[in-house]
Structure formats: structure tokens, C-alpha cells
Design a protein around this ligand. Structure first.
Ligand SMILES: [Zn+2]
Length: 473
């Protein structure tokens, strides 16, 4: 619904003429225009901005929809003694500094406990603590009759249109029967299924073999989770989705043969969405071989591969094969007995906390490596990091675009900024970044959440005011 500037005058503090002379990009277009914001929404594009209470000069800047990170892990209960580095305050502050206005973490709970109660408790953690708007995913782990028959349908119908299942991690994995039963419930209630594809039996077998050969250093995490384990699971997940006839989202794709599986799926009638993440474009398995157990800093699943697979992974973002580019932020501290260097983790790769921090660096890495290096254009960047994420998660068009009517979630980027990524400059609560020393071009300077600047001139300028995004379907 359009807002006029009379409304803007009535509420000057909450209004900004966000852009004068900036280059605006949406998933479809690049154009020069001023943008008028009234209260929390975009009210005007182009024309004279009379009566605006505040002006932000965006000359020479990119004016983009705020990033939507549709795959993050924050304060997630992941097992006894496992403590994630970030709570909602630190994770979403870092996200905002990195150009994001919405983040979407997973509610995960242990098998046998109430998902509804876990979901209520998890959401409460974000209350009053989130600097971006949160939206929540549900992670399903145990397909019991009680959960399948009552809990899940109620939660899906009420709150969520996207559920995640894992094919790996012994405590959380689902076998094929469980995936079929769960995806069938999702289908009946109009939800999509998001799948982490790795073959757990392959990983368990190779891990046993590695441990038996005293091959226990961090690098073994990568060798025991080979491309074949991901390729097979990707094919199987697609097959199960085909059988059930449910839309499927394949997350964090790391290699070319998994991409081949995905490329063939639409011809079989599958409704498929695929995602890759920064670590598969700029990290490699060799990083896990770094001295002094520092390889632990790069342990995540699937693991980064090699230079050839990095190039393969650009196929997805470049060619429309993939729709999503997310961070899979999963932060653990390095120098911490509960983090990467926990006592058991120092004895074997099998106990190294699995995941890396990357919520603030996702967008700068894709701007720098993608847009600035000419691999993708600005509309494609916007599609991969905001518009498609909003569409996939039932938030579009309220989120993820610049048009008259949607929430005024805007990031103003300075493409002239050259920065060397240093953890000391980042805002998450981990104690390292896997991208230390990486040179990037382009960084967001101003980030506006529902009409209110959250980041201004590189500083946090507002209290945590994130509000859960209603899901539209
Ligand atoms: Zn993840």
C-alpha cells in the first residue's frame, strides 16, 4: 500500500530520504533514483522528496535491499557442553554491520522433547535482543507418531513454511523412512523441506577408519566427508522429494557433482531451490591442515573442497541454477574449552565443534568476489542474498526488495571501500574469522531496518528493535 509524504512529515524522526544520487538495485533492475521512506515502509521512488525529515546522501553508493541471511545458527542447543559463541544480540549486531536486516536461525531441540516448547523458548531468546528482524526455521529430528501426527502439523500451519531435516550427525539425522514421513507432512501442510545432504554411514565408516589409523588431526574432518558422500545424499534427497512431490531446498552445496544432480532435477518436475555459501567460494580443504591445530577453525560441514570445486561452485550463483547465497553462520570460539579447542577436540577431529563464524562477511565477500570481479551483476547479487531468500521463506514482497510498499530495509554500500578482513574489526562473539587477511572491495556503511537506521557511518546507532517477520506462505 503506498504511503504519502504527509505521513512522512507527521513522523519526522522515523523518516529518511534514504538516497540522493545513489545507484539502486533490485533483483530485476539497476537505476538511479531517490527513495522516500515514511514510517516503516518505502513510500516513494523518484521525484521530489518534499518534507523529508532527514536526508542521507548516497552519491556514489549502491542502495540495495537489506540482506536476508536465510541460514544461520544462533544460540542453538547442539548438545551437552556445546556452547555457541553468539547469542541473538551479538549475532544480529554482526549481521547488521554486514548489511543484513533479516536473519533466519533454526530452532533445534533434542529428540523426545516438545518441539512446541522448544520453539517458544527459542523465540524468547530473540525478544528485545535482535538488531535485525528474525524469522525462524524448525529443525525436525524425530519422526515419531506423536510429532508427525500433531506437533509438526500444528507448528507448520501456525508458524512456519519451511522445515529442515538432516541426513548427517548421529544425534539428529533422519533415515529415508523418516524423511519420507516428514516430507509427506510438510507437503500436506504446504511447507517446503530444507535438507542437509551428506551420507552419515559413509562418514561414520571413514571416521572409524581414520581413527583406527590414528589420523585424528582437523584435516581428517574433510577427508571423512568426501564429495561422494554429499553427491549421493543430494541425489537421494532429490529422489525422496520427487516421490513425495514436495518442494525441496538443498542447502550449502559444496561441489560440482552435487550441482550436476541439482541441474538435472527440474527436468523431472522437481520444485528445487539450491544454496551455496561463502566458505565454498573462498576456503579450501587445505585450510584444515594449518599448523598447531588451527585447521580446527575451518571445520564445517560439508567441508570446503579444492580450487576446482570453488570454481564449480560459482556455476550455481552465475547461472541461475542456485537461488540462495547464505552464510550458514555457526560460531564457536577457538581458544575456549567449550569451543574448537575443547579437550576431546584436541584429541580427535571427531570432537571439534562443527561450524564457523561468517554472518558479517557473507555479503562483503559476494560483493567483492562476485560483483567487483564481474562474475555476477548487482541484480543477481540482490536476488541471491535478499529477494530469493524472502520468496523461499514466505516473506516476499514485504522483505527482500526495493519497491513502494515493502518494509524500508535498505543497505547503502560504498563500493570504494577496500578492507582487509580482520576479526578485530568484526562484531560477532567468536574470537576468530576464517577469512582473516582476505582483501575485499565494498562494504556497507548505512543499514536501515524498517525505516530506522541501525548502522550509520559504520557505527551501531539504534537499540535492538528486531521483530519477528510474519510468514506469508
Ligand atoms: Zn547450517
Amino acid at each position: 500500500m503506498p504511503f504519502d509524504l504527509a505521513n512522512a512529515n507527521a513522523n519526522a524522526n522515523a523518516n529518511a530520504n534514504a538516497n540522493a544520487n545513489g545507484t539502486v538495485a533490485t533483483a530485476a533492475d539497476v537505476f538511479k533514483a531517490d527513495i522516500g521512506i515514511a514510517d516503516v515502509r518505502i513510500a516513494q521512488i523518484g521525484g521530489t522528496m518534499e518534507g523529508a525529515g532527514r536526508r542521507i546522501d548516497a552519491s556514489g553508493r549502491y542502495v540495495l535491499p537489506g540482506g536476508i541471511d536465510s541460514h544461520v545458527h544462533i544460540a542453538q542447543a547442539s548438545g551437552p557442553g556445546i556452547v555457541m559463541a553468539d547469542d541473538f544480540d551479538s549475532a544480529t549486531r554482526a549481521a547488521a554491520f554486514g548489511g543484513n536486516t533479516t536473519v533466519m536461525p533454526f530452532c533445534l531441540r533434542e529428540r523426545g522433547t516438545s518441539l512446541a516448547a522448544a520453539f517458544r523458548d527459542y523465540r524468547a531468546l530473540a525478544d528485545g535482543a535482535s538488531h535485525t528482524d528474525p524469522g525462524f526455521h524448525l529443525n525436525f529430528t524425530d519422526p515419531t507418531p506423536q510429532v508427525l501426527g500433531q506437533e509438526r502439523p500444528a507448528l507448520i500451519a501456525e508458524e512456519n513454511r519451511l522445515v529442515k531435516v538432516l541426513m548427517t550427525y548421529e544425534a539428529m539425522r533422519m533415515d529415508d523412512a523418516g524423511i519420507l514421513a516428514t516430507t509427506d507432512v510438510a507437503r500436506r501442510h504446504g511447507a517446503k523441506v530444507m535438507v542437509h545432504c551428506e551420507n552419515e554411514d559413509v562418514i561414520a565408516f571413514l571416521s572409524e577408519r581414520a581413527a583406527g589409523a590414528d589420523d585424528v588431526a582437523p584435516r581428517a574432518h574433510a577427508t571423512t566427508r568426501p564429495v561422494a558422500a554429499e553427491r549421493e545424499a543430494t541425489h537421494r534427497a532429490l529422489t525422496l522429494a520427487e516421490v513425495v512431490d514436495v518442494p525441496i531446498v538443498i542447502v550449502h552445496v559444496s561441489n560440482g557433482t552435487a550441482i550436476d544432480q541439482i541441474a538435472r532435477a527440474p527436468a523431472r518436475g522437481l520444485d528445487i531451490t539450491a544454496e551455496t555459501c561463502p566458505q565454498y567460494l573462498v576456503l579450501q580443504a587445505d585450510d584444515l591442515s594449518r599448523d598447531n591445530w588451527e585447521g580446527a577453525k575451518y571445520v564445517c560441514s560439508p567441508p570446503p573442497r579444492d580450487a576446482a570445486e570453488q570454481e564449480n561452485c560459482w556455476r550455481g550463483p552465475r547461472s541461475n541454477l542456485f537461488d540462495l547465497f547464505s552464510s550458514d553462520h555457526c560460531p564457536f570460539r577457538y581458544e575456549d574449552v567449550q569451543g574448537k579447542r575443547n579437550p576431546a577436540g584436541l584429541r580427535s577431529f571427531r570432537h571439534i565443534r562443527n561450524g564457523i563464524p561468517r554472518i558479517e562477511t557473507r555479503l562483503p565477500i559476494l560483493v567483492s568476489e562476485g560483483v567487483m570481479k564481474g562474475r555476477i551483476d548487482l541484480p543477481r547479487f540482490v536476488a541471491l542474498t535478499a529477494t530469493n531468500n524472502a520468496k523461499t521463506c514466505g516473506m516476499y514482497p514485504r522483505k527482500g526488495t526495493i519497491a513502494i510498499g515493502p518494509d524500508a530495509d535498505i543497505a547503502i554500500w560504498n563500493p570504494e571501500i577496500r578492507r582487509t578482513i580482520r576479526h578485530a574489526d568484526l562484531h560477532d562473539a567468536a574470537d576468530y574469522t576464517p577469512y582473516e587477511g582476505l582483501e575485499v572491495a565494498g562494504w556497507p556503511e548505512t543499514v536501515i531496518l524498517r525505516g530506522t537506521p541501525v548502522i550509520g557511518d559504520g557505527r551501531l546507532v539504534a537499540k535492538a528493535a528486531g521483530r519477528e517477520v510474519p510468514r506469508l506462505g
